[in-house]
Ligand binder design. Structure first.
Ligand SMILES: [Zn+2]
Length: 234
């Protein structure tokens, strides 16, 4: 098997930084959600895909006959496969814990920013940013690591920001049965930025409201304030 290039990061001084050191932002980061629908790609199919990618990259101008590029089609496929591993997980498998104390209806929990990387379904290029999740607990609470998994479960797919946010909001609402759920996503879309269609570093913001947040403007305001303050310091 060729080295897929994912195990190590080459730093600018030419040394090797071991893989785990990359996870500086989130020690609880995991893609190891329960694989309820693992994808199996037949090795013969994979080889065929490699020839397609080689053909395309070659036609676009890449010299595929160098030490650096010989394995690029395979690495590209592997990277795309890893970046879409969200299809294999199941949000229902996340555990929520009973909430011991009786919460007031307006006692919201806001967590974020949870970094995410997704592939836009229109161009299969990345959009990436931060997610802030808010909820008003009823009988259950959920840990930050679970919320992180939930975000990445829906990010690691071919998707759009709107659909991703809606899926997170609905899954969280089903899972927690809370009084309300709020989701705030801000992301940069490389499909527009890389091609100069849109100003660099412009961010797309989307919000999603369920339950009490839909009716209560004060709750929405408080949530947005908390999320935006968080986003400034991150
Ligand atoms: Zn796009």
């Amino acid at each position: 098997m060729p080295n897929d290039g994912d195990g190590d990061v080459i730093d600018i001084r030419g040394g090797l930084i071991p893989g785990p050191l990359r996870q500086v932002t989130d020690p609880e980061e995991t893609t190891e959600w329960e694989q309820v629908s693992p994808r199996h790609i037949d090795p013969a199919d994979w080889e065929r895909f490699e020839t397609y990618v080689s053909e395309i990259f070659d036609a676009f101008g890449m010299d595929l006959d160098t030490p650096g590029t010989r394995e690029t089609p395979n690495r590209f496929l592997k990277a795309m496969f890893d970046a879409t591993s969200g299809y294999e997980g199941d949000e229902k498998l996340l555990t929520a814990f009973p909430n011991e104390s009786a919460e007031s209806e307006y006692n919201q929990v806001v967590e974020g920013g949870i970094s995410f990387y997704a592939l836009c379904e229109h161009h299969a290029l990345p959009f990436h940013g931060s997610a802030y999740l808010g909820y008003i607990p009823h009988e259950r609470i959920i840990g930050l690591s679970k919320l992180t998994r939930l975000v990445r479960l829906f990010a690691r797919r071919f998707t759009v920001q709107e659909w991703m946010g809606r899926s997170i909001a609905d899954a969280l609402f089903d899972l927690m049965e809370p009084h309300g759920v709020a989701v705030y996503l801000e992301a940069e879309h490389l499909c527009t930025q890389m091609r100069g269609v849109r100003e660099e570093h412009s961010r797309t913001v989307t919000t999603f409201w369920r339950g009490a947040y839909e009716e209560n403007a004060d709750l929405r305001r408080e949530f947005l304030e908390l999320a935006r303050n968080g986003s400034r310091t991150s």
